[in-house]
Ligand binder design. Structure first.
Ligand SMILES: Nc1ncnc2c1ncn2[C@@H]1O[C@H](COP(=O)(O)OP(=O)(O)OP(=O)(O)O)[C@@H](O)[C@H]1O
Ligand SMILES: [Mg+2]
Length: 257
């Protein structure tokens, strides 16, 4: 059997005695969209930071395609095929959309510092990658004036420059208008299917979770408390209890948690 793209094994992290994540284990396969959900402060971003190498787990392991990558720095993980978008969108505001893509491409090729000269050399790839996220028309716009949903698309294009095997997205649709959320997640899902990219995302919008995730894991107070298909998780009494005080999650429409 081939190893999953990502395997998280019993990882945990405490901050000054406060257990932010405790013994969390799950896997993500190639081409799969796994949603990590949970209330504010549940430990989702901390989990991402351990997978991404920004935080060293106190215990447990992170494996990429079977290889133990626990403690690898973010850059080494990026080279190994792990890309990430952030809960708070990060682009270079003073650069144009195309320049942001270019920096990612140059970084991949270790040729930073050649920005101007490289503009011509990589113009085609920049356009292709922007077209993939529906932003080709805005190539010369400054990132500082983009609508938030468009920034999110640029951030996604940057994350995908290296054709990652694992894409980590921390609240990819936070701050976006409802109709834009579905569009962004459809892009991500299409990409996952076509390129067999494994995608792990956190999300508060249940429409996004149940509409796009293949599987859902639920975290509460640092612990994983449920896992299953969207239908199974939606029907889980413990999940209903935590989120909605017993009300059915299926009743949520366009709402967040
Ligand atoms: N660097 C840190 N130092 C101390 N406590 C931290 C640190 N990072 C996170 N925490 C705490 O750990 C817990 C989990 O935080 P985390 O950011 O992982 O939650 P989250 O599930 O991503 O929440 P949200 O949905 O609000 O983004 C919270 O109680 C948070 O205050
Ligand atoms: Mg978070």
């Amino acid at each position: 059997m081939t190893a999953p793209v990502l395997a998280v094994e019993e990882i945990g992290k405490s901050f000054k005695g406060f257990r932010a994540v405790e013994r969390a284990s799950f896997t993500v396969d190639a081409g799969e969209l796994l949603a990590l959900i949970g209330p504010n402060g549940a430990g989702k971003t901390t989990t991402f930071n351990m997978i991404n190498g920004q935080l060293l787990p106190d215990h447990g392991h992170v494996r990429l395609g079977g290889e133990d990558v626990t403690g690898w720095p973010p850059r080494a993980l990026w080279r190994a095929g792990v890309a990430r978008t952030f809960q708070i969108t990060q682009t270079f505001a003073s650069m144009s959309v195309a320049e942001n893509l270019l920096v990612a491409i140059l970084s991949r090729q270790k040729s930073a510092g050649l920005l101007a000269a490289a503009g011509n050399a990589h113009a085609d790839e920049v356009q292709t990658r922007l077209a993939e996220v529906g932003m080709a028309h805005a190539a010369d716009t400054l990132c500082s004036v983009l609508a938030y949903g468009d920034l999110k698309r640029v951030e996604l294009a940057i994350a995908l420059v290296d054709d990652p095997r694992l894409l980590l997205m921390d609240e990819p649709t936070a701050g976006m208008a409802a109709r834009e959320r579905g569009a962004l997640m459809r892009l991500v899902a299409e990409r996952a299917r076509q390129r067999r990219t494994a995608v792990l995302f956190t999300e508060h919008d249940m429409d996004v979770v149940f509409g796009h995730a293949d599987r859902v894991v639920v975290m509460n107070r640092g612990r994983l408390i449920a896992e299953g298909t969207p239908e199974e998780v939606r029907a889980s009494p413990i999940v209903r209890e935590i989120y909605l005080g017993g009300e059915a999650i299926s009743a949520v429409g366009g709402g967040g948690i």
